[in-house]
Design a protein around this ligand. Structure first.
Ligand code: F6P
Length: 359
């Protein structure tokens, strides 16, 4: 008999259910008897002992279902050693729940912060396996996370729809794409939809260069332009400030504008007089059914997690390297982000296509 706990933590994304289904199908293939405990709303469920005992049937018919049947919440890693409002020691409570249920392993579907916590629990002696979840594709050590391609599809579709209106009306549009710290979705969706300007957090922009790119298009007889702007895009002036001042400048801008895209629109208007429209697809990028690519990798990630449990190879994060699904120590990935670099081939290719990064 194997007793496996599972939870989905952090911001949701597509293919969480598909991954859990993969884990469960894999487990039933490996073991005669399996008991699955699903913790509700992420680590909260493990802390407070809120769980449901689930059967294989509960994971049937959920391959294409968005969201997560277990619910999710954020339990910030930096607050892990701060007691809950009720005074519970979070790490101690999680270990107690795990031991009370006599679990053989805990499978954590989560992004960076959640995998840091998974690593902490592994260091505390629990058997843990992580599966790389996030639309941002910023988990260090994996080429791909599940959720990313589905989010790119949605962001691309949003820009495609704006493209036709921008063209009909001869307008300049900004589409704000998710990604506070990293610009992978914006970069991919921007290229996929033929955006003229892509602004991402890793490549700070100079508004004069952005306006120059737009003016170049106007001079070339193009009646419209599209900017794909990540929600964490940052100007060169702000990026070079010391950390404290930079945080303050970002906070002040957040008071003044609903989001970064509106700030960029305002700056363009002030500098060049151009009238800009803003569209923010927001959380639609995390919603709905996973795209076929995500269904495939999440099913493979789930199968790999089951294989690791069978081999009792714990403390691992399932990852994708090239086209191979493999695993690395949780500790190797914990605390690092996979950023876009200005030297990445994909950025150089985009520049060759005439896309401006405003740098
Ligand atoms: O990490 C996923 C993500 O969607 C980011 O792209 C985005 O910046 C953030 O979560 C939004 O978080 P929330 O759902 O808490 O507003």
């Amino acid at each position: 008999m194997k007793r496996i706990g599972m939870l989905t933590s952090g911001g949701d994304c597509q293919a969480l259910n598909a991954t859990m289904r993969g884990v469960v199908k894999g487990l039933y293939g490996c073991f005669k008897e399996v008991e699955i405990y699903g913790f509700l709303e992420g680590y909260k469920g493990l802390i407070y002992g809120n769980y449901q005992k689930l059967s294989a049937d509960d994971f049937s018919g959920i391959l294409t279902k968005g969201g997560t049947i277990l619910g999710s919440s954020r339990t910030p890693f930096k607050e892990l050693d701060i007691p809950t409002p009720e005074g519970l020691d979070k790490v101690k409570s999680m270990k107690e729940t795990y031991k009370k249920l006599k679990l053989d392993c805990l499978v954590v579907l989560g992004g960076n912060g959640s995998q840091k916590t998974a690593n902490r629990l592994s260091e505390e002696g629990l058997n843990v396996i992580g599966c790389p979840k996030t639309i941002d594709n910023d988990i260090w050590g994996t080429d791909m996370t599940f959720g990313f391609q589905s989010a790119v599809d949605i962001a691309t579709n949003a820009i495609d729809c704006i493209h036709t209106t921008a063209c009909s009306h001869g307008r300049v549009f900004i589409v704000e794409v998710m990604g506070h710290k990293v610009g992978w979705i914006t970069l991919h969706a921007g290229i996929a939809s033929g955006a003229d300007v892509i602004l991402i957090p890793e490549i700070p922009y100079d508004i004069k260069k952005v306006c120059a790119a737009l003016e170049k298009r106007t001079k070339a007889g193009k009646g419209f332009s599209i900017l794909a702007v990540a929600e964490g895009a940052i100007s060169k002036e702000v990026a070079k400030l010391p950390k404290k001042e930079r945080k303050q400048a970002v906070a002040e801008a957040a008071e003044k504008y609903p989001s970064v895209a509106y700030e960029v629109a305002d700056k363009i208007k002030q500098y060049s007089g151009m009238d800009i429209r803003v569209t923010v697809p927001g959380h639609t990028q995390r919603g709905g059914s996973p795209c076929p690519y995500d269904r495939v990798i999440s099913s493979r990630f789930g199968a790999k997690a089951a294989e690791l449990i069978k081999k009792e190879d714990f403390g691992k994060l399932v990852v994708m390297k090239g086209s191979e699904v493999t695993a690395i120590p949780l500790a190797e990935s914990a605390g690092k982000l996979k950023y876009v670099s200005a030297d990445d081939d994909i950025v150089k290719n985009a520049k060759m296509l005439g896309i401006s990064f405003g740098d």
